[in-house]
Design a protein around this ligand. Structure first.
Ligand SMILES: *Cc1c(COP(=O)(O)O)cnc(C)c1O
Length: 457
């Protein structure tokens, strides 16, 4: 087989600013060892997130010019609505400024004290919006998903038995919604199988619990189904995506992921009554229902992106390029999550840095080492992001201590990725010299965004 090439040419470029390791050491100290506080011009390869960082296509930029900025009834909205319908077949489409705005609206209506929201794994903003409403978010990830080093095809699946048990224990009346995240971002970008979604839907239906999809990476998930699940090899990705959504009552989406947009999101659903309540909130928090939190030009970019992302040459290149980096690291002995996820490579920091206890955030320590050594910005997905404190103020650590290298869509070439691999392998070889960190300042919710840290001496 020949090399799988980037399925695009480059028309417009942005410079990368170079820095030295000594400069980066000082920058890191100034940023309190938190990559979210580093100025992006001081980053060589930015793998902080795949969110809103995609390169838009020439068609999308043309759409930006075509965008109609009418306050009400803009044709850009109707193109957006029909692009969302094409994939989800959901009649009520509500544009929001990003995914979390959809979550805020949905959980403000359905949340509240004493309620539980069940999931394979809730993303951090989803969990925060659930908790902010007073409700509790419950992750019921399948056993395979909890072992980063052991490969399995669908490690994003929800544990169906645990789901049934939880519903029986707490009562369906206290569970307003089950939400499946595809692919499972916080669990390694691992896909959910069609069978698992079908079974979840059956359990939910039996108990009258609506099923929603957190659809940020629906196309990457659909492509994994095509590659790995029996009966889907010959089906077009768009058809697979439609089947996936057919089991759901609604979805939330961040268009900053699989829609290649730099901003945007939506809520789509079947239930007219709930849609009405959502639109009522939309008008006071986001905007009029035909633009929500977006400009007409953004609606155009999203509509075009939603169509482009189901192109299978693109998805083949996308999934392969993540796997390429993952395999390079694994071959050098770096403990990575196996198999590679859809949008990112995850390093198992607990396995790589056994000399750093979880209370000293091994993931964050690795993130800092990658930045200092090679100017690569990544993010910790572990106890800094998900850890909580017990009543004695001791850390309740997260299950996994991962470092995520999220690959922006259509942005970096193979030589950028080769450089990333070289830096990580260098850090791996010097891993014994990496020191742990302690938190010196933090916020109550989503603390990883703003926390300040310092090295443990
Ligand atoms: C990014 C993301 C969100 C939130 O979307 P924003 O556009 O960042 O607000 C929700 N769920 C998942 C799985 C995500 O990856």
């Amino acid at each position: 087989m020949k090399t799988i090439i980037e399925p695009f040419r480059i028309k417009s470029v942005e410079p990368i600013y170079f820095s030295t390791a000594a400069e980066r050491k000082a920058i890191l100290e100034e940023a309190f060892y938190n990559p979210f506080l580093i100025h992006s011009e001081n980053v060589l390869i930015d793998l902080l997130t795949d969110s809103g960082t995609s390169a838009m296509s020439s068609e999308q930029w043309a759409g930006i010019m075509r965008g109609d900025e009418s306050y009400a009834g803009s044709p850009s909205f109707f193109r957006f609505e029909s692009a969302v319908w094409e994939i989800t077949q959901m009649p009520h489409v509500i544009p929001t400024h990003q995914g979390r705005a959809s979550e805020k609206i949905l959980f403000s209506i359905l949340g509240g004290k004493g309620k539980y929201f069940l999931s394979n794994t809730l993303f951090d903003t989803t969990r925060a919006n659930i908790e902010f409403s007073g409700a509790e978010g419950i992750d019921l990830l399948c056993e395979e998903g909890k072992h980063p080093g052991i490969p399995a095809p669908f490690k994003g699946n929800i544990d169906i038995e645990a789901l049934k048990e939880f519903i029986n224990k707490k009562g369906a009346e206290n569970i307003p919604l089950c939400i499946i995240t595809v692919t499972n971002n916080s669990g390694g970008g691992q896909p959910v199988s069609m069978q698992n979604i079908r079974e979840t839907s059956a359990v939910c239906k039996a108990h009258n619990i609506p099923l929603f999809i957190d659809a940020c990476r629906f196309a990457e998930n659909a492509y994994f189904i095509k590659l790995r699940e029996d009966g889907y090899a010959d089906k077009p990705v768009k058809e697979i995506a439609r089947e996936l959504f057919s089991y759901a009552d609604g979805c939330t989406m961040s268009a900053k992921k699989d829609a290649f947009a730099n901003i945007g999101g939506f809520l789509a659903l079947h239930n007219e009554d709930l849609a009405k309540q959502c639109r009522n909130l939309l008008v006071i928090t986001e905007g009029f229902p035909t633009y929500g939190g977006l400009a007409g030009r953004d609606l155009e970019a999203i509509a075009i992106g939603l169509n482009e992302v189901t192109d299978e040459h693109y998805l083949q290149y996308r999934i392969r390029s993540i796997e390429y980096l993952s395999n390079k690291l694994a071959d050098a002995g770096v403990p990575v999550m196996k198999p590679a996820g859809g949008h990112a490579v995850y390093i198992d920091a607990k396995a790589m840095l056994p000399h750093i206890p979880v209370e000293q955030y091994p993931g964050q320590a690795l993130v800092c080492a990658l930045y200092e050594t090679g100017g690569i910005r990544s993010v910790e997905i572990g106890s800094l992001m998900f850890g909580k404190y017990n009543e004695q103020d001791q850390l309740i650590p997260a299950t996994l201590e991962l470092v995520r290298l999220a690959i922006p869509r259509r942005v970096y070439t193979q030589s950028h990725i080769d450089y990333v691999a070289e830096v990580i392998i260098e850090v791996f070889e010097n891993r014994d010299t990496i020191k742990g960190l302690q938190v010196i300042e933090e916020a109550a919710l989503l603390r990883h965004f703003t926390a300040k840290l310092k090295p443990v001496l």
